[in-house]
Design a protein around this ligand. Structure first.
Ligand SMILES: [Zn+2]
Length: 93
């Protein structure tokens, strides 16, 4: 009789331990999922050419800057190139 009680006790203990493990795992998975979602929604980057915010998943990364389109990147980088040329010219003079 005593052994049977002990057996039941151990069995129920194992059952609840397993249940706890599963619950904590499910909670963690939910937390990770919500974090990922909010992160994706919040991450916006500034386009230095047209000064609009673009979701990081849709940006064009050119020359160390984020742009909303290939056109913005081209215009901005060509302008930067002109500025660099001016500097070089001044340094030479
Ligand atoms: Zn742009």
């Amino acid at each position: 009789m005593l052994l049977r009680l002990l057996y039941l006790f151990v069995l129920s203990y194992l059952f609840f331990a397993l249940l706890n493990l599963i619950l904590s795992w499910v909670k963690r998975q939910r937390k990770l999922g919500s974090q990922d979602r909010s992160k994706g929604a919040e991450e916006m980057v500034l386009d230095p050419q047209c000064h609009s915010y673009v979701p990081k998943g849709e940006v064009f990364f050119r020359g160390g800057h984020y742009f909303c389109s290939e056109d913005c990147a081209r215009v901005y980088l060509s302008r930067q190139g002109e500025k660099d040329k001016d500097k070089e010219m001044r340094n030479e003079n």
